[in-house]
Design a protein around this ligand. Structure first.
Ligand SMILES: Cc1ncc(C[n+]2csc(CCOP(=O)(O)OP(=O)(O)O)c2C)c(N)n1
Ligand SMILES: [Mg+2]
Length: 742
């Protein structure tokens, strides 16, 4: 009587007419399996053998309908926590699910790191999900874009040694579909609208499923959705196929998904299936819906429970007898009980493994592999790892190669790397030369508000270099989807001041996906972000710092070069590395004269976590980075001239990881240390460095560790105020003199 889900899928796709008895029985079995896993988990939670439970009860018909219309391991899936039935119908087993509920080390989704219902399977193309509502929709969009890109450029899928590509198997199909689901409440998230925007605009094969159970925890749909119906609100998005369906009816749901999938596979654009279903249980086991729903309302829902209605149908249409139904139900219960038993006996994760998969285990960006040979010989003072930069105002020797600014050498690195690696795409706000390609016959092109991406679209085409909508979460969220598929997005956030809409994607998705999936998924993207003040007139919203907020995020690398050569070499490492990188470019340094360098060739790279001794010295160590490097240099020169104090300056260059070895060697030598940064003093980056020095190098210190940073306020517009708020060479000099005298 029982039919495998895969054969149900095949015969269903072949038949346009009504479902056969066998198909309906298999659908019932899958729906029941899902419900019984929920029920078993609820029991286990009450017995305190698992620690959280949230059910898919009431959503089973939609889930099974979707799964049977799609191809596991071929199409891609970005489900949410109610999609238990979908995942079971795709090939997940009850044991796989309950291993996560008990937090077993053998939990195939996360190795005991995520709550139950946070499924992940690389073989089924089910991408690790977070608990954040709606974030994954943008990943689905990027995933669809990557699939299209690989289909058009199959050569880009080839593996390559020596960078992140060595660890990425790329598979793609020209007609793959990307499924992404959320509850109706989550359609209020900006990420839903940002995903709809790009899916529609780019005609992407994304199938959005809105599982509308009428509530977001205790908040009813009319409170979240104007007019109470999401289908009415989205109806004018171009290129979409829309279906609004009774999500308690598996056959109607399947037909809606079948038509939606056909639309997507044919390349006609995205689809949205809006299924009205019921939430048969409370939101989760931590919720009691009797507190906010009337008894009459709850009873009405029970009548629409898809398990109840399909069982009644099987009986009324004489597909199964009561005895056959009971036999089927017993068999499902036995399967679930056996799975629970297995899960309860499973090994637990080891505490010693906690830090596994925070960063790539395959490629270490601090390794000497990234200290590449320079193809062209540079003048000694241009080699950042070997010696000091020329002092401000120094004239280059007459035969020197032309000096290039930080902006030039970042642009050169992007050109070089895009030539080398066809998987790189560059996008962000205004990064293209001109979105209207035809204009390029007449105009020079923009290439970024700071012109850092100038000429990339002209050289590499609009498929690889393009403008995004004005939506920062869209930029980072899509990049996550691209990177999951093995692409290398190098995206730009126009100003650090506007990175905050993307923070949710950065903190809760990008940096954590490798860890939460126990190493199954990774998103080694690069986010280039102009940062910082000293602009004269930049004010609050164009002068922010805030790097310590990002160095506080595990899984993310944070880089902040202070000169042209370092920017070139560190950006190359960022692009070739296997971890997500926040690449902070100080706007004030983009076109300075003192930090220029000749073009170092297309393979020049600098490993992360290696500080540069900008100026050797013996009396005091000044640890700094970014725009405070030239300001510290000025202060150090004056300290030598005016006070005979010999300051050693360390430019950290990468903030996470940072070069503790160089810090401790220098502090041991000088016994006095000053940490200086542009960001605000309190809770700033220097606090961590100072605390660690006090902790581990206390015996080497002859004075307390001093810190310099901006005032604990915002950066003001009027230059008199800006000067007072941000640290200046004078401030640094004063601290140097005081510290030496201590
Ligand atoms: C960004 C975010 N905000 C809040 C929450 C807490 N939360 C979890 S589920 C939920 C309600 C979701 O409702 P809906 O989208 O309708 O899905 P349903 O649970 O009804 O299936 C909320 C508020 C969260 N997980 N993520
Ligand atoms: Mg809901």
């Amino acid at each position: 009587m029982v039919l495998a889900a895969s054969s149900a899928r095949e015969s269903l796709s072949a038949s346009a007419a009504g479902m056969s008895s066998r198909q309906l029985v298999e659908i019932y079995r899958l729906m029941l399996l899902s419900r019984r896993v929920d029920d078993r988990e609820i029991l286990l939670k009450r017995q305190q053998k698992i620690f959280f439970q949230i059910s898919g009860a009431g959503h089973e018909a939609l889930g099974v309908g979707a799964a049977l219309a799609m191809r596991p391991g071929y199409d891609w899936f970005f489900p949410y926590y109610r999609d238990r039935a979908l995942c079971l119908a795709l090939g997940f087993t009850p044991a796989d699910m309950m291993l996560q509920a008990v937090g077993a080390s053998t939990d195939p989704s996360s190795g005991g790191r995520q709550m139950p219902t946070h499924w992940s399977s690389t073989s089924l193309n089910i991408v690790s999900l977070s608990s954040a509502t709606g974030t994954q929709l943008l990943h689905a969009v990027g995933c669809a874009e990557a699939g299209r890109y690989f289909s058009l450029h199959p050569e880009a899928a080839a593996r390559a040694d020596g960078d992140y590509r060595a660890f990425r198997d790329v598979t793609f199909h020209g007609d793959e579909v990307v499924y992404a689901s959320i509850g109706e409440g989550s359609t209020s998230q900006g990420e839903f609208w940002e995903a709809m925007n790009t899916a529609s605009n780019n005609k992407l094969p994304v199938l959005f499923c809105i599982e509308d159970n009428g509530y977001a925890i205790s908040t009813p749909v009319e409170v979240s959705t104007p007019g109470g119906n999401i289908s009415r609100l989205v109806a004018n998005f171009p290129n979409f196929f829309f279906a609004e369906v009774d999500g308690s009816d598996p056959e109607a749901s399947f037909r809606a998904f079948q038509a939606a999938v056909a639309h997507c596979r044919a390349g006609l654009g995205p689809a949205l299936v809006h299924g009205h279903c019921v939430r048969a249980y409370s939101h989760s086991l931590s919720d009691d819906d009797r507190l906010y729903r009337t008894q009459a309302e709850r009873e009405a829902d029970l009548l629409r429970d898809p398990l109840v209605t399909i069982r009644a149908r099987l009986l009324s249409e004489s597909i199964l007898t009561e005895a056959e139904l009971t036999a089927l139900e017993h068999s499902v219960e036995r399967e679930v009980a056996a799975a629970a038993e297995r899960a309860l006996e499973a090994p637990l994760p080891k505490v010693s493994d906690i830090t596994l998969h925070v960063y790539s285990d395959d490629l270490d960006p601090t390794s000497s592999a990234f200290a590449t040979e320079q193809k062209e010989k540079l003048p000694p003072d241009a080699q950042s790892s070997k010696g000091a930069q020329p002092p401000p105002g120094a004239q280059p020797p007459p035969d020197a190669k032309p000096s290039r600014t930080m902006a030039d050498l970042i642009n050169a690195c992007l050109h070089d790397e895009m030539r080398r690696d066809p998987r790189i795409v560059v996008y962000g706000q205004d990064v293209a030369d001109a979105s209207r390609e035809a204009a390029l016959a007449e105009v020079k092109g923009k290439g970024g508000v700071f012109k850092l991406t100038a000429g990339l679209q002209t050289e590499f085409g609009s498929e690889r270099v393009f403008n995004s909508p004005l939506a920062e979460a869209n930029i980072v969220g899509r990049a996550i989807g691209y990177a999951l598929r093995g692409m290398k997005p190098v995206v730009e956030i126009q100003f650090f001041d506007y990175i905050w809409p993307a923070m949710h994607q950065i903190r809760n998705e990008l940096s954590v996906i490798r860890w939460r999936s126990n190493g199954q998924w990774a998103c080694p993207i690069v986010m280039r972000v102009p940062i910082g003040g000293y602009l004269t007139g930049g004010s609050i919203y164009h002068s922010q710092s805030g790097e310590s907020i990002f160095t506080h995020i595990p899984g993310l690398r944070v880089v902040m070069p202070s000169n042209a050569l370092d920017a070139n070499g560190l950006l190359r490492t960022a692009i070739r590395c296997d971890d997500p990188v926040l690449f902070l470019e100080h706007k004030r340094l983009y076109r300075e004269t003192h930090d220029r360098a000749p073009y170092p060739g297309p393979d020049f790279a600098i490993p992360f976590g290696k500080a540069r001794i900008v100026r050797p010295g013996s009396h005091l160590t000044l640890i700094t980075y970014g725009a405070l490097v030239p300001r510290s240099l000025q202060a150090a020169e004056r300290a030598r001239r005016e006070h005979n104090i010999d300051v050693e300056i360390l430019d950290l260059r990468t903030l996470s990881p940072y070069d503790w070895e160089s810090i401790s060697a220098s502090v041991r030598k000088t016994s006095r240390v000053l940490v200086a940064h542009e960001d605000m003093l309190s809770w700033g980056y220097g606090a961590e460095i100072a605390a660690r020095i006090a902790d581990e190098l206390f015996d080497s210190l002859d004075a307390p560790v001093r810190r310099i940073g901006a005032m604990d306020t915002f950066v003001a517009y009027q230059p008199i105020l800006e000067d007072a708020i941000l640290p200046q060479p004078d401030t640094i000099l004063k601290a140097i003199v005081e510290l030496k005298a201590y």
